[in-house]
Design a protein around this ligand. Structure first.
Ligand code: AMP
Ligand code: TRP
Length: 354
């Protein structure tokens, strides 16, 4: 039994401003995974067309996500930072996956239901096929580990289903072409071309919630700017938003059990823990019994100390678009080479002449 070479892949859409949820749920994990792993981080610009076709400043949006990656500390020389559309093999594999995935699978995707809303007939075909392109992003590199926020879990399960069906349906072809490796999935031995991707979701803030409503996800699309901390917010804005964050009248409990039924308190403790790189029990053992009037100023101080250097570096990078473009071009060229190697084998497995 073999194993796929570990490879980390993740993507962020260039739509709107990045917020604390993106930073703690995704980007901060990307940075931590760099040590000891081969990583590919992608600005998924083709995904950005699924909900809204025309974007006023697409180049600026793409550069700002790339700048956030670099400002947070991702090394684009040791690893790969690029934009999706520059590697057309993603779209090529996505087409094949559109033919692997079943309509019944797509119909279960909760994000499609949420984003399409009531007027489903008017949603783009791309929005419906979105998770198939996402599977292709990952599997075109045969990547094995994917750091994401909790909201992407279902999409990664779909990526596993697609990989499994491809492996099974093309088993004979994979054997004939000598491109697969023997792995075990659960107890089951499988001759696989594509690995079963592992989601990396854990941590104290896998789902950062709105500062106005602890039952709603912090999101780019929330009408209230007070609901989120944007990565480009200045110190005053961060302080104001945390000060105004919704809480309940009680103080902080001494243990996790005491957070049950208190979504706003739970959220702020999770944010503190993630920013401090500590666990929620550790934070509660320090602040248990204290009022929010003590906890909030501590959180403000920590949030500013952690985010201000990233924001400052992002601003500095955004002032030199030529540098960002050069980083993306270099990353795209290296990504393309790897993706083309996979696609040559995939075309061969399917039986396309090339
Ligand atoms: P998106 O901006 O939708 O492309 O999301 C980029 C990354 O941020 C994905 O890994 C998401 O799962 C993650 N993410 C987005 N919102 C949140 C949130 N409120 N809490 C935690 N992670 C999030
Ligand atoms: N769907 C992800 C999001 O909205 C972005 C994404 C696209 C992605 N392709 C990916 C994440 C591949 C991880 C791996 O957050």
């Amino acid at each position: 039994m073999g194993e796929f070479r570990p490879l980390v892949f993740s993507g962020v859409q260039p739509t709107g401003n990045l917020h604390l949820g993106n930073y703690l749920g995704a980007i901060r994990k990307f940075v931590a995974l760099q040590d000891g792993n081969d990583c590919i981080y992608c600005v998924v610009d083709m995904h950005a067309l699924t909900a809204q076709l025309v974007h006023e400043d697409m180049p600026g949006q793409i550069r700002s996500i790339a700048a956030a990656f670099l400002a947070a500390g991702i090394d684009p020389v040791k690893h790969i930072v690029f934009n999706q559309s520059a590697v057309p093999q993603h779209a090529e594999l996505a087409w094949i996956f559109n033919c692997v995935a079943r309509i019944g699978w797509m119909n279960r995707m909760t994000q499609f239901k949420d984003k399409a809303g009531k007027d489903r007939e008017n949603a783009s075909l791309g929005l419906y096929a979105y998770p198939s392109l996402m599977a292709a992003d990952i599997l075109v590199y045969r990547a094995t580990h994917v750091p994401v926020g909790d909201d992407q879990k279902q999409h990664l399960e779909l990526a596993r289903d697609i990989a499994m069906k491809f492996n099974m349906d093309f088993a004979d072809h994979i054997r004939r072409t000598g491109t697969g490796i023997d792995i075990t999935v659960g107890e089951e031995p499988v001759h696989a071309y594509f690995p079963m991707v592992e989601p990396l979701i854990e941590g104290p803030a896998p789902r950062v919630m709105s500062l106005r409503d602890g039952t709603k996800k912090m999101s780019k699309s929330d009408a209230s700017d007070l609901s989120r901390i944007n990565l480009m917010d200045d110190e005053d804005a961060i302080a104001k938003k945390i000060r105004k964050a919704k809480t309940d009248p009680e103080g902080l409990p001494g243990d996790i059990a005491g957070l049950a039924g208190r979504p706003e308190a739970d959220n702020l403790v999770g944010i503190y823990a993630a920013l401090a790189d500590r666990t929620k029990p550790e934070i509660l053992s320090e602040f248990g019994g204290q009022q929010f009037s003590v906890f909030k100023p501590a959180l403000i101080e920590l949030a500013i100390a952690t985010l201000a250097p990233v924001t400052g570096e992002m601003r500095r990078l955004m002032a030199d678009p030529g540098h960002i473009d050069a980083v993306l071009r270099d990353g795209s060229a290296r990504a393309r080479e790897r993706a083309e190697k996979t696609m040559k084998e995939v075309r061969d497995i399917i039986g396309f002449l090339q």
